[in-house]
Design a protein around this ligand. Structure first.
Ligand code: GUN
Length: 287
């Protein structure tokens, strides 16, 4: 079977050009301030530092302003809450994110709850998350939005299809399960959300039309776990002996799936551009 690769890098570039045009038309021509993203990073987690650096690179690339606050590993919850309060109040910051995961001594729920939902461009605040589940307008988490946009670009129908998601994280698995199953377009997919306590995951994946893998384990999904012609979305990214691997075992899935996202160059660039799309949306909404 010929497997078509879903090119997230190319689509992200197209969206970048659209964002640049909107910034020119709606912001620069009207002599308004250009959008400004705040980023709060705590500690020295290598993956988080790499993610944040990539987000900054994308801001520079597109001409969106950014402010990075990098707090040390032993930062108190009080200090982090104060930093968030400043970003909530700042007339210059349109939207901001607190890079996750946080150190164990910080209460992640308390931190997310303290973000002004109107500036929550990650879409992680319960107000935005709840609105998303209730079919109301809100910020949608960037990876979920990136997956839907990439599927739409390749005219892959999700309505009526059976989707299996592996991984129930609040950042990827759960939001994409909500968006795919909503009574909306895109939506109307029949969704099974599997996770580390699901016995016999391949029982589900072998029946799936669409499989989204966000489990954080390199090469987790093998070709023998899927049906021929399925559509496979790989959200994972791992550095392994100078190679970059996804959550999907590319070699055994390639040739059996009809569509597959490469790693790198699939969901990663889509996630980064969707964060900036949300930042532009915040700038247009809030001023
Ligand atoms: N950590 C991994 N992905 C993300 C993301 O999309 N947003 C934030 N804030 N932290 C993350």
């Amino acid at each position: 079977m010929i497997t078509k690769l879903l090119d997230g890098r190319l689509l992200a570039k197209e969206i970048k050009n659209k964002i640049c045009k909107i910034i020119e038309k709606e912001i620069l021509n009207k002599k308004k301030r250009i959008p400004h993203l705040g980023i709060i990073l705590t500690g020295n987690n290598n993956s988080s530092i790499r993610y944040v650096n990539n987000k900054i690179k994308e801001c520079k690339n597109i001409g969106i302003k950014y402010s990075l606050v990098h707090l040390p590993i032993n930062t108190s919850e009080k200090k982090l809450l104060e930093t968030i309060k400043k970003m909530n109040k700042s007339p210059y910051i349109d939207g901001f994110i607190v890079q996750l995961p946080l150190e164990k001594h910080l209460d992640q729920n308390k931190i997310i709850l303290s973000i002004n939902p109107k500036k929550d461009v990650d879409g992680f605040h319960p107000e935005n998350f709840g609105k998303m589940a209730l079919n109301m307008k809100s910020f949608f988490p960037a990876t979920a939005l990136g997956i839907l946009t990439l599927l739409e670009k390749y005219k892959i129908q999700i309505s009526g299809k059976y989707t299996v998601i592996i991984g129930r994280s609040s950042i990827v698995g759960r939001p994409i399960s909500i968006l795919m199953s909503r009574k909306n377009n895109p939506g109307n997919s029949t969704v099974t959300l599997t996770h580390s306590k699901t016995p016999n995951i391949e029982f589900y994946t072998r029946q799936a039309d669409i499989i989204i893998v966000a489990v954080g384990i390199p090469n987790f999904l093998k070709g023998k776990m899927i049906k021929k012609g399925s559509i496979v979305i790989d959200v994972g990214i791992h550095n392994h002996e100078k190679k970059i691997l996804g959550d999907v075992d590319f070699h055994s899935v390639y040739g059996k799936a009809s569509y597959l996202t490469p790693v790198p160059g699939g969901i990663g660039p889509m996630t980064r551009i969707m964060l900036l799309k949300n930042t532009l949306k915040a700038a247009l909404n809030n001023r």
